[in-house]
Ligand binder design. Structure first.
Ligand SMILES: C[S@@+](CC[C@H](N)C(=O)[O-])C[C@H]1O[C@@H](n2cnc3c(N)ncnc32)[C@H](O)[C@@H]1O
Length: 235
């Protein structure tokens, strides 16, 4: 069977969200399941983490994937490094540190999105700060994705006998003691709560009231991805 259209685009542009890049995660078949019915309706996408290539033709593979997949959408990309060499139709790039809540406040004022993907530093504190900031800017019924979750059991595991064991979780969990993002999201799945030192009380209340569902999905090797759906009627 041919891969779905999102996976074909991922593999054509070389993002590791697909199935063919060197460290491919196999996330796109799951995303296609959520997004295929919305393709014509998505008007704005935000992705945090544009990618490392400084070669214009190879830069920003996932932004190009989203642009081709959603024919009507404007695609905004955020990176801590300047990726402004990506001057493509319907794609705009911005420099921002996703771990800085004040920078988020300034950037998001007046902006809203139908789909937000966090593929930035993968640090636990950054993932939760970004979730708190950006979920307000997600339109009702929108989709929010957090990629490359550190495993909640603390140990990166090779899957299916492969030897591809990732970097130590401590690299992504700078406090050492904080509950990792996967465990925080699992608490929502289990009981509707999001306990984290990186979520302020108001942000936590807002998230708990407005998240409709969370699915935590295993990738091709140890990192997982999570797909959050926002309620249609938000408080
Ligand atoms: C895994 S790459 C993104 C890959 C791309 N989304 C793709 O699918 O091909 C991660 C990116 O996050 C950026 N990044 C790292 N820390 C960041 C931060 N604090 N804020 C924003 N971007 C950050 C890096 O510069 C890098 O370009």
């Amino acid at each position: 069977m041919d891969p779905d259209e999102l996976t074909q685009l991922a593999d054509r542009y070389g993002t590791d969200k697909g199935t063919r890049a060197r460290t491919a995660h196999n996330y796109t078949p799951h995303y296609h399941r959520y997004l295929s019915e919305r393709r014509a309706d998505v008007g704005a996408v935000l992705e945090i983490g544009i990618g490392k290539s400084d070669v214009p033709g190879l830069a920003a593979p996932s932004l190009k994937m989203w642009r081709d997949y959603f024919p009507q959408a404007r695609i905004d990309g955020i990176d801590i490094r300047d990726r402004s060499m990506v001057l493509e139709d319907r794609i705009e790039t911005f420099v921002l540190d996703a771990g800085d809540p004040i920078a988020w406040y300034g950037f998001l004022t007046g902006r809203s999105y139908d789909l937000i993907i966090d593929d930035g530093s993968h640090r636990v504190d950054h993932q939760l700060i970004t979730l708190a900031a950006c979920f307000h800017a997600l339109n009702p019924g929108g989709i929010y994705i957090v990629e490359d979750l550190v495993p909640a059991d603390g140990t990166p595991q090779p899957i299916d006998g492969t030897t591809h064991v990732g970097p130590a979780p401590s690299r992504y969990n700078r406090t050492g003691t904080a509950m990792v993002t996967e465990a925080v999201l699992q608490r929502f799945v289990d009981g509707g709560e999001l306990p984290s030192e990186f979520l302020g009380p108001n942000d936590r209340l807002y998230l708990e009231a407005n998240i409709a569902s969370v699915e935590i999905i295993a990738g091709a090797w140890w990192p997982k991805t999570a797909v959050l759906v926002k309620k249609d009627a938000c408080i």
